[in-house]
Design a protein around this ligand. Sequence first.
Ligand code: NAG
Ligand code: NAG
Ligand code: NAG
Ligand code: NAG
Length: 616
Amino acid sequence: MMKPSSAALVWAFASLQSLASALTVAEINGNKFISPYSGQTVTNVTGLLIARGPNGVWIRSTTPDDDRATSEAIYVFGTVTSTAVVGAIISLDGKVTEYRSANTYLYLTEITSPKNVKVLSSGNEVIPLVLGEGELQPPTVQYTALDGGDIYAVPNGVNNISAVNPVLEPTKYGLDFWESLSGELVTIKKPTVTKQPNSYGDTWVVGDWKATGRNSQGGLTMSDKDSNPEAIIIGSPLDGTKNPTTTKMGDQLEQITGIVTQTFGFYYILPLTKVTVSAAASASVAPSTLKSQGNCKGVTVGSYNVENLAPTSSHMSKVAGHIVTYMNSPDLLFIQEVQDGSGATDGDNIVSANLTLATLATAIKTAGGPTYEFVEVAPASPNVDGGAPGGNIRQAYLYRPDFVSLYKPNQGGGNDKAVVLPGAKKNDPPYLSFNPGRIEPASDAWTSSRKPLVAAWIAKGASNPFYTVNVHFTSKGGGTSLHGDVRPPINGGVERRNQQANVTASFIAEILALYKGAAVIAAGDFNEFEFVKPMKTFNEITKMKDLDVVVKTPLENRYTYAYDMNSQALDHMMVSRSISCHVDTRFEHLHLNSWAAFKDQVSDHDPSLGMFNLCG
Ligand SMILES: *[C@@H]1O[C@H](CO)[C@@H](O)[C@H](O)[C@H]1NC(C)=O
Ligand SMILES: *[C@@H]1O[C@H](CO)[C@@H](O)[C@H](O)[C@H]1NC(C)=O
Ligand SMILES: *[C@@H]1O[C@H](CO)[C@@H](O)[C@H](O)[C@H]1NC(C)=O
Ligand SMILES: *[C@@H]1O[C@H](CO)[C@@H](O)[C@H](O)[C@H]1NC(C)=O
């Protein structure tokens, strides 16, 4: 046996001391994320019972300190005698435990295996803390000191909060704020829903406090270096009822009182009773003001991720309705997530989306729209481009043959690499070896991912072609929670998207090298935000501009998708100088889906629509 060192003896003595004299809840929590007493047994911890849950109770210290960083409340996990009701002051022994259900989540500090529970008094008043009052202002910009000011910085996953265990700064950082209230009973006045709930009814809200990025519908739009830590998610009610799953962005809820906790990778508030709507928001969206001029002076170009569209999709006619009614049947439409003619049926060797696209064109006509033609390049074989097995999602174009047509068409195949070729004569514009074609289909940037669909077009009345690239970059799957342990959080697929952006941009740069004044539009689901590395790489190589920047879309209106607490822009239209500098350039997002309740959502993305002079 090893002889104990003097340090170990001091520690053993200190821990005996802590066993002897009762600790306060604040001392147990400490002023960091991880308790200084983690793993130790504590005795005679005293607190007011502020709430009861199915598996334990929450107590609040009867001897608070005046340090904002130390929470005065804690969860006691385990059976606590039913004579200890809300309003009782109780004392108990137990073990300080840090719990999490996945290793990318933050820990919850709790007392487990409660013993010797004594009810010291009953009928004491339980007063919730009111968020947004006094010092209880949720920080609105940063999540933790460990993000270095940019939660989407690359590289990410540089630190774990649980390892660094920084001292909480609840006035500066959102996670520190919520951690400093862990276990507390709080009230949210005037909650506004910032996103449709998940299927369990878990609902993101922002309350009656200062918030940044509030959009016109009541959601919170993220912007560069501000991802809205002031929002909080409301979880399952402690009384066993269920939250509604029918709420939506902008709905006003009745005041919520509940317990702050950490679960499923997020800080949550578990309400005492289910949330109820006090005033439902209107999710009605006006049709776009942009209408085709029928010639190259005003060509309308839309983009829409239609979420796994197959010939038999129940949302087929609704997608068509959106295109006709809200997008005014654009001259050219970039679509993403088109499945093959058999949908997500695997093993049938069907990869062509002819049937899907023909069905969509028919549905558009049925909805009162014009005649569309379509082009795509199907994958060379099944299941090589990612997405649902057998679905073979890809990008495609729908176009109005009366206003735009392919320039020197030459249908490419799944493995054909489109090359930019100089015009035959000195002033002839460049053309594509395959039109439509795919960009570098053999590059490992696209393993299990969608290859960009490139095409060259000529608009009615134009003297020169314009060029389009329809993208659907790798998703953010595999990322970690903005509230998680890993900092900055893992932005799933970011390096892959960066490579994809580089390959796509390098192709576009070839067009622009041959034809400086070329009109190029790259649009679709980039699965990335304008201020994050892949988009910066794209901009650096192409010198193209995001249309939100060009038309100065207000920051809070730059979104096409609602995810967790944030309204965010995953979809973009990037344009070359001849479009970005033209006075007639217009651009809009149509929030048809991010505002809607789940049952009314047609796709998970919003479409966008631009109008350009493409006369060349
Ligand atoms: C437990 O703490 C309470 C005060 O919270 C005190 O009155 C009581 O004497 C303590 N009991 C023991 C056994 O230390
Ligand atoms: C963070 O924690 C995870 C899970 O335990 C671990 O895989 C990862 O290596 C840690 N990261 C750092 C930077 O220590
Ligand atoms: C798709 O339809 C086009 C005509 O619209 C036809 O030329 C082509 O052969 C079809 N492709 C497949 C794989 O069915
Ligand atoms: C694009 O990729 C090339 C080749 O890997 C690399 O040399 C270049 O630095 C990259 N460009 C940017 C802006 O990342």
